[in-house]
Ligand binder design. Structure first.
Ligand SMILES: [Zn+2]
Length: 81
């Protein structure tokens, strides 16, 4: 099980759970990806930045990995864009 996996109430997990995945249902499926701080990530193509803590993530298809934290400057330009 992933170090930062989230399991929804009633979910029956039969497979390994990737990091940052929120699993729901029976059998459990990945519903959304969650930041390690517990906020849902919204991916733009394969990249997401947590709205709460600024952590950056990359979606590689079946997995999501953290790729660092935006600097304040980068975060500001992201909001403007
Ligand atoms: Zn976060």
């Amino acid at each position: 099980m992933g170090g930062f996996a989230f399991i929804g109430a009633g979910a029956v997990v039969i497979d390994d759970v990737p990091d940052y995945a929120l699993m729901v249902g029976n059998p459990a499926k990945i519903k959304v990806w969650m930041c390690q701080c517990g906020i849902q990530l919204h991916f733009n193509e394969d990249k997401a930045t947590c709205e709460a803590c600024g952590s950056k993530y990359q979606n590689t298809g079946s997995k999501v990995r953290e790729v660092g934290v935006f600097s304040v400057h980068e975060a500001a330009s992201e909001i403007v864009a």
